[in-house]
Design a protein around this ligand. Structure first.
Ligand code: SAM
Length: 234
């Protein structure tokens, strides 16, 4: 996806990007490529691929939720997807970027400082540890390409305020949703909407699942990582 295609595709997401935001994305791209030579941040490095599979894909979250003036946590953000891209395009978002890998957090710190982003913090922690003590804090929690949906829901849901949302950014979810009803009941959430679409140009499947949090999360959740990992039902 070249720059013009990117700008036009964003119009279809109802995003009118400014020259300054484009410049910030370009700086972000250059930092990503430069730092990726020192340690592994992404396997996608060709500029047109980064614009499509990282930048555009991150912004598809706007298809399913209003991102204006929200407090959002991006679990397993890696090199900053979707969190950094969302912050560049929706500057009044307040964001927490969470990742368990120290090197990725170091990279995020560099990006935030180089791009002069404010109201954004980084937490170098495992999600299931952070969410044990941080409860009912965010309007929106999201994650892209991190773990099976059941694990993500259990890690993330206590972080969400009652009436807030957890949104999973996924590809094919047919296996992910088997047995998910029990999780919805136990975690006090309800699937509000689901959106499937194809990424422009390369046509791979994307699915956004949006859960609304109906009740406060029991302190039983999340369980210990070892229990979650064993795939023991909730
Ligand atoms: N969301 C980014 C993206 O879409 O490009 C990164 C995806 S990468 C495949 C998964 C990231 O999640 C890694 O950076 C990893 O360190 C992080 N991660 C995996 N499990 C995690 C957990 N339980 N808590 C925090 N971070 C986690």
């Amino acid at each position: 996806m070249n720059k013009n295609e990117f700008i036009n595709a964003l119009k279809e997401l109802n995003i009118k990007i400014t020259p300054l935001q484009l410049e910030k994305l370009e700086t972000y791209y250059n930092l990503l490529i430069e730092e990726n030579k020192k340690y592994n941040l992404t396997a996608i490095t060709k500029k047109e691929d980064v614009y499509l599979k990282h930048f555009y894909d991150s912004l598809t979250l706007n298809k399913i939720i209003n991102l204006s003036n929200q407090y959002l946590c991006d679990i397993g953000t890696g090199a900053g997807f979707p969190g950094i891209v969302l912050k560049i395009i929706f500057p009044n978002l307040k964001i927490t970027l969470l990742d368990s890998t120290e090197k990725k957090c170091k990279f995020l710190k560099l990006v935030i400082s180089e791009l002069n982003l404010n109201n954004i913090d980084i937490i170098n922690e495992r999600a299931e540890i952070y969410s044990k003590t941080t409860r009912e804090k965010y309007d929106i929690v999201t994650s892209r390409a991190v773990a099976p949906l059941k694990h993500l829901l259990e890690y993330s849901i206590s972080l969400v305020k009652v009436n807030g949302y957890y949104i999973a950014m996924k590809g094919d979810i047919s296996k992910d949703i088997i047995g998910i009803d029990t999780y919805e009941t136990k975690l006090g959430i309800k699937e509000e909407s689901r959106l499937s679409f194809k990424l422009p140009k390369e046509n791979s499947l994307r699915t956004l699942i949006k859960y609304k949090k109906m009740t406060k999360t029991s302190t039983k959740y999340p369980r210990k990582y070892t229990e979650i990992k064993k795939n023991k039902i909730i």
